[in-house]
Design a protein around this ligand. Structure first.
Ligand code: AP5
Length: 230
């Protein structure tokens, strides 16, 4: 299965992709994670991308296309992959199509996770991460009276630098301007499946499984390569 998660910042793409990747034993390719790891290092890529991440701006297409092309060439992607955060522009979508066509492959399905703007802002602006144990929390879920301390290990929680209110606003604007048109791009190709992203992560995951199962039943076991192969 070659699957793309599409949706605005905070829609829950990463949360769902991690779970589906484990269940389907497929590599989860998060371009945000790749870039954040690079930005935390002194690598060439890190130096190129740091200021884009801080500002909530998109990293240039040429850089992203090279990063993803290299990642998809790794052998663990031979049997499929879950892309989370790529493509984010029409140029990236076209490059992905071309790359896969060169391997006689294609995107099987695009899951578009849809969440209203107020909820996106609530999730992103309230997200806190524990630098020690890796816990991912929301300020509303923290026990009262202990400040922003990790309930599991006691470390001081941090906010992702691009979750500050002004950067969140910019990320949402960039999404509307540059990435939202991909909904139409994939709809035109018959690949888009809409997933309601409100509710618990479990509920959203069940919707995803239902959509993938429906795709398989509709197309039968000998599916054409553009159909949902799961
Ligand atoms: P990236 O890391 O991809 O960030 P994003 O998509 O903007 O936002 P998130 O990862 O925060 O959202 P998500 O939809 O994955 O939600 P998540 O599951 O985390 O990209 C970061 C930056 O890298 C970009 O701004 C850009 O600069 C650069 N970049 C990356 N890819 C690029 C590309 N292709 N081209 C150019 N530049 C690129 O959930 C969010 C929060 O909500 C979490 O705290 C989670 O616990 C919570 N949550 C999840 N689901 C639910 C639920 N159902 N109910 C309540 N809370 C939930």
């Amino acid at each position: 299965m070659r699957l793309v998660f599409l949706g605005p910042p905070g829609a829950g793409k990463g949360t769902q992709a991690v779970r589906l990747a484990v269940e389907r034993k497929l590599p989860h390719i998060s371009t945000g994670d790749i870039l954040r790891r690079a930005a935390a290092s002194a690598s060439d890529l890190g130096n190129q991308v740091r200021r884009y991440l801080e500002a909530g701006e998109l990293v240039p297409d040429a850089v992203m296309n090279a990063v993803v092309e290299a990642r998809l060439r790794e052998s663990d992607c031979d049997g499929g992959f879950l892309l989370d955060g790529f493509p984010r522009t029409e140029v990236q979508a076209e490059v992905l199509d071309g790359l896969l066509a060169g391997r006689r492959e294609a995107v099987d399905v695009v899951l578009y996770v849809d969440v209203p703007r107020e909820e996106l802002i609530r999730r992103l602006s309230g997200r806190r991460l524990c630098p020690d144990c890796g816990a991912n929390l929301h300020v509303d879920s923290l026990p009262p009276g202990r400040g922003e301390q990790c309930p599991s290990c006691g470390a001081r929680l941090r906010q992702r630098s691009d979750d500050r209110p002004e950067t969140v606003a910019n990320r949402l604007e960039v999404y509307e301007r540059t990435t939202a048109p991909l909904v139409r791009y994939y709809e035109d190709r018959g690949l888009l499946r809409r997933i309601g992203g409100l509710g618990t992560p479990d509920e959203v995951y069940q919707r995803i499984l239902a959509v993938l199962t429906a795709g398989r039943q509709a197309h039968g076991p000998r599916s054409h390569r553009r159909e949902v192969a799961c």
